[in-house]
Design a protein around this ligand. Structure first.
Ligand code: GLN
Length: 293
């Protein structure tokens, strides 16, 4: 944020200095007109901060990993937020990212990687944004900045239809000793590691993909899977004999990760997202993929 404010202050000072500058003589016409152009561009940019990002031709005010491109790091194993349709990654996050890129005058490029790599790609500047149904956590906030939240996730528990686990409480009961499947480094992993493994109430089996954890459940290798509700619904729909328990584990907020070293981009992405939330675009994208119960 600081850099962004500093930029604006500099811009406004330059604009003010130009307004006060004495008219130059006819020999410097070219200089004069280019100075006038610069001055009006600067004023426009200062003014757009007060109004809205949609009038902001903002691309010049922030940098992206590749000029003119918004690179999104994701893990396309998380339906309906990001998943493959043929060779293309699609889903809620991709559509929201596309709408943000459109607002910022950038071309969207989606980079699929392990969930575990998304934060480091953003942190290291290889990707501009991380969108992967990613929950805001205190630990992640130490690594990256997050925008406003655009969706809510719920950690749920998937079991086999004949399971003796009937509620979340069964996992925390005295003497419990379940094997729990999770996707590596997700909040499902983080919470169950703290609440169950560290408490001596069970073992956590960590898989690279949520779908692999679900396969392990089908094959009897784990007793349940703790995972976000929307992919859980998709996995249960695609696999016979599984169900989602009614009791929820925890509710959380999804947001977009942006590097801490790129305050101007963070501000621009956040402003674009907030406009898309305010005008109903985000909700209409979510509604396309998730039908209300
Ligand atoms: N919401 C979970 C998290 O942020 C899972 C995200 C995912 O698997 N893509 O850890």
């Amino acid at each position: 944020m600081k850099k962004w404010i500093a930029f604006l202050m500099t811009a406004m000072m330059v604009a003010a200095a130009m307004a006060c500058a004495p008219a130059s003589d006819s020999s410097s016409k070219a200089e004069e007109s280019s100075a006038a152009q610069e001055s009006s561009a600067v004023e426009e940019s200062a003014a757009s901060e007060e109004s809205s990002v949609s009038e902001n031709e903002g691309a010049s005010e922030f940098t992206t990993a590749t000029e003119g491109v918004l690179t999104m790091a994701t893990n396309a194993e998380f339906p309906p937020y990001e998943y493959y349709e043929g060779d293309t990654v699609t889903g809620i996050d991709v559509e929201i990212a596309q709408a943000i890129a459109d607002k910022l005058g950038l071309t969207l490029q989606v980079e699929d990687m392990e969930f575990d790599s998304v934060i480091s790609a953003v942190k290291g500047g290889k990707a501009d944004i991380g969108m992967a149904g990613m929950t805001v956590t205190d630990e992640r906030l130490e690594e990256v900045n997050f925008t406003e939240s655009y969706a809510t996730g719920v950690q749920v528990i998937i079991v086999t239809e004949d399971s003796d686990i009937t509620s979340a409480d069964d996992l925390f009961a005295e003497g419990a000793n379940h094997t729990i499947g999770v996707q590596l480094t997700t909040t499902g992993d983080i919470y169950t590691t703290e609440d169950i493994e560290a408490a001596g109430l069970g073992t956590i089996d960590r898989y690279n993909k949520g779908a692999d954890a679900v396969m392990a459940l089908k094959n009897g290798k784990v007793d349940c899977v703790v995972i976000d509700n929307e992919p859980a619904k998709a996995f249960v729909a695609a696999n016979e004999g599984l169900k989602i328990l009614e009791t929820e584990y925890v509710t959380e907020d999804y947001a977009i990760a942006v590097s801490k070293d790129n305050d101007a981009l963070h501000a621009a992405v956040d402003a674009a997202l907030q406009e898309l939330i305010a005008d109903g675009t985000v909700q209409s994208i979510i509604d396309k993929y998730i039908t209300a119960e």
